[in-house]
Design a protein around this ligand. Structure first.
Ligand SMILES: Nc1ncnc2c1ncn2[C@@H]1O[C@H](COP(=O)(O)OP(=O)(O)OP(=O)(O)O)[C@@H](O)[C@H]1O
Ligand SMILES: [Mg+2]
Length: 291
C-alpha cells in the first residue's frame, strides 16, 4: 500500500496515484481536510489510519508520497484544533522512514535561509545571501555585490526579481516584511531530480526571465552533469534529510554551479515529458521498494 498526501485536485498526486494503480499497486490519498480515524503509538504497533473506509496498517505501507498537505480544518475551538493537529502531525513526523519526503524535510524548506546555511556550512556553493528587514543592510549588500543582486521571498510564493537601482528608494517598506537578497548568478538554470537511490536527472532551462516560471517559451534540454555536481546533489539530500528532490542550480557564465534550493515535493511531469528522464518510474520504484 502506498499513501499519497494530496487529492485529485493536484495534478501530480493524481498522476502518481494513477501510475501506481496501473502498475498493480494499491494506493490511496490522505486528504487531511477530512480528518482521518487514526491510531498512533511510539512503538508503531498495529498503528493504522482509515482511508476510504479501509483500515490501513502502517506496517503494511511501503511508502508515502508527500505531494500536497492541506493541514486541517479549524473545527470547534483553538484547543481542539491544536490537539487534532498535534496528533496528526506526530503521526506524519514519525513515519519519516517511509515518507518521500518527510514532514521534517518539507518544513525545513519553509525556512529557506536555514536550508542555505546548512548547505554552505557543508561546502556546497550557494549565492551570497542575506535575509533582512533593514533597508540599510540592503544598500550595502547591493554595493558589495557590484550592484547585481536579486530579491525573493524568504519562504516562497512569489517570483524572483532583479533588484534595480531605483528599488533603493522603496526599501523603507522592508520594515513591514523581511525579504531574501542574493548575489545575482548570471547564467542558466539547471533543474536536477536527485534520488537517494543514487540517480540524478538533469536538464538546463533556457529562459528570458530571471525566474523561468514567468517565461512560457522556456526550453528544457537534457544535460549530463559533472560527477562532482551529481555528488553534491546526493550530498544535499543527506544534509537536508531528503529522499529525493527537485534541486535548482544556476550554472554561471564562469562555469560555476551555484545551488539555489532543494524542493521536497517538486513537480516533474513537464520536465519528464520533454527530457525523457524516467522520474515517475524512479519515484515509484523507491516508494514500493522494501525498506
Ligand atoms: N541568486 C539568484 N541568481 C539568479 N537567479 C536566481 C537566484 N535565485 C533565484 N533565481 C531564479 O529564480 C528561480 C526561483 O527561485 P527559488 O528557486 O529560490 O525560489 P522559488 O522556486 O520561488 O521557491 P518555491 O519553489 O518555494 O516557490 C530560480 O529557479 C532561478 O531561476
Ligand atoms: Mg525554485
Amino acid at each position: 500500500m502506498i499513501i499519497i498526501i494530496g487529492s485529485d485536485e493536484d495534478f501530480h498526486a493524481k498522476y502518481v496515484l494513477e501510475n501506481l494503480i496501473e502498475q498493480g499497486h494499491n494506493a490511496k490519498y490522505l486528504d487531511t481536510r477530512d480528518y482521518p480515524l487514526i491510531k498512533w503509538s511510539p512503538e508503531r504497533e498495529n498503528d493504522y489510519i482509515v482511508l476510504d473506509n479501509e483500515k490501513v496498517y502502517i506496517n503494511d505501507v511501503q511508502g508515502l508520497y508527500w505531494r500536497w498537505y492541506y493541514g486541517i480544518n479549524y473545527g470547534t475551538s483553538d484547543i481542539v484544533y491544536r490537539e487534532k493537529l498535534s496528533a496528526l502531525e506526530s503521526f506524519l513526523t514519525s513515519i519519516e522512514d517511509i515518507s518521500y519526503n518527510s514532514m521534517q524535510a518539507v518544513e525545513l524548506h519553509y525556512k529557506k535561509g536555514l536550508q542555505s546555511k546548512i548547505m554552505q556550512n557543508n561546502g556546497i556553493r550557494i549565492p551570497r545571501t542575506i535575509v533582512t528587514n533593514d533597508k540599510d543592510v540592503v544598500a550595502d549588500f547591493y554595493i558589495s555585490n557590484n550592484k547585481s543582486i536579486i530579491y525573493k521571498p524568504v519562504r516562497g510564493g512569489a517570483y524572483t526579481q532583479k533588484f534595480k537601482e531605483e528599488d533603493l528608494l522603496r526599501t523603507d517598506s522592508l520594515i513591514n516584511c523581511p525579504a531574501q537578497f542574493q548575489e545575482f548568478v548570471d547564467g542558466v538554470d539547471i533543474r536536477v531530480y536527485a534520488f537517494d537511490s543514487g540517480e540524478t536527472f538533469a536538464g538546463e532551462i533556457i529562459a528570458e526571465n530571471v525566474d523561468f516560471r514567468q517565461d512560457e517559451d522556456a526550453i528544457i534540454n537534457k544535460v549530463e552533469l559533472p560527477v562532482k555536481i551529481q555528488e553534491d546533489c546526493l550530498k544535499i539530500l543527506k544534509l537536508l534529510g531528503l529522499k529525493y528532490s527537485g534541486i535548482d542550480v544556476r550554472l554561471s557564465k564562469d562555469g560555476e554551479y551555484v545551488f539555489i534550493e532543494a524542493n521536497p515535493a517538486p513537480m516533474f511531469y513537464y520536465f519528464e515529458k520533454v527530457t525523457g528522464h524516467p522520474i515517475t518510474q524512479t519515484l515509484i520504484n523507491n516508494l514500493i521498494k522494501e525498506k
